[in-house]
Design a protein around this ligand. Structure first.
Ligand SMILES: [Cu+2]
Length: 337
């Protein structure tokens, strides 16, 4: 009797041990795989949804570039950028991905640069590991633990000046299963510019105005009129549109609104964990924050994206256009003769 009990006990321990072993081996990280290049796009384009159903190792290569460009029809500026655009590229990864991030500061830069991604769990969001002088490359590896839409920006002292000069962008960490499908996705990011006169059309950065939080320009996608006329966003009647909207700041909070539309869904502050808010007119986007807004376009026409702190839209450039084409919808909207 005693020996049978002993045998059963030994068997139970053996089974428990095997179970523990299986559990441990099941939880063991996958061996490192060859990284796949991340999908990156210049604004206002957004990379396509991720088709993968499992995490991967992803390579993100960015270059910091100081480049003279147009800030308004009558003004130029020496922008500090990621990959030559303001905002920098849209980065799309998936929750659970391991990201190998490599930042190169182009050799003709005057200043050191770096990157702090708000999607990163780790010191400085990567800023310490990526302080790179002209011609240098730095990097780090991180695991995307939290899904959502996040800002990234340069974090080299004086951080405010680097952000004010255009060094910001968005990274989407898709949740498992992705976001609901839509017909169109666009990438829009607000930021302010603080300027003083330079030679000719060139405007220079004004530290005094930045400190006083008194910008001359408040713009979407790096310049007055970046998304107007031939560059306007496009959609067709009946389509669903998703905007990934960031606010680089460096100082102002955006009251983001689309004139003539109601957001069917908003993921406030870029948080995708708990489902969207419904039927929203204007959503606040903090400096260093983001929001995802969605709406179905029902009526053709030109719709204006604005910061509803309205002097910024009318006087300082915080306006963009979405042109909707297609048949009239008199049952929803009809001007009276
Ligand atoms: Cu910088």
């Amino acid at each position: 009797m005693k020996s049978r009990w002993l045998r059963l006990t030994v068997l139970a321990f053996a089974l428990a041990g095997a179970g523990a072993f299986l559990t441990l081996t099941g939880a063991r990280p996958l061996p490192p795989s060859e990284p796949v290049p991340a999908a990156l796009t210049a604004p206002p384009a957004v990379p396509p949804p991720i088709a993968r159903t499992a995490p991967a190792t992803v390579l993100v290569e960015l270059e910091t570039v100081e480049v003279r460009g147009r800030l308004a029809d009558d003004a130029e500026y020496r922008f500090w950028t990621f990959d030559g655009s303001v905002p920098g590229p849209f980065i799309r990864v998936r929750v659970g991905d391991t990201i190998e991030l490599q930042l190169t500061n182009r050799a003709d830069s005057e200043f050191p640069h770096s990157i702090d991604l708000h999607a990163v769990t780790g010191p400085g969001g990567g800023a310490v590991a990526t302080q790179v002088g002209p011609g240098q490359t730095g990097g780090f590896t991180w695991k995307a633990l939290n899904p959502g839409l996040y800002v990234y920006h340069c974090a080299t002292p004086h951080i405010g000046a680097h952000v004010a000069n255009g060094m910001y962008g968005l990274i989407l960490v898709e949740p498992e299963g992705g976001l609901p499908p839509v017909d169109r996705e666009y990438y829009v990011m607000q930021g302010e510019f603080y300027t003083m006169a330079g030679a000719g059309a060139l405007r220079l950065f004004s530290y005094e105005k930045a400190r006083a939080e008194q910008p001359d320009y408040v713009v979407f996608n790096g310049r007055v009129g970046a998304l107007e006329g031939e560059r306007a966003l496009q959609a067709k009647v009946g389509e669903t549109v998703r905007l990934y909207v960031g606010n680089g700041g460096p100082n102002l909070v955006s009251s983001f609104h689309v004139i003539g539309e109601i957001f069917d869904a908003v993921y406030p502050e870029g948080a995708v964990g708990s489902g969207p808010q419904r039927n929203v007119q204007t959503t606040l986007i903090p400096a260093g924050g983001a929001a995802i807004v969605e709406f179905r376009v029902e009526v053709p026409g030109t719709y204006r994206l604005v910061d509803h702190s309205i002097f910024r839209a009318v006087e300082k450039g915080a306006m963009a256009e979405l042109v909707v084409t297609g048949p009239d919808a008199p049952g929803i909207f009809a001007p009276r003769p």
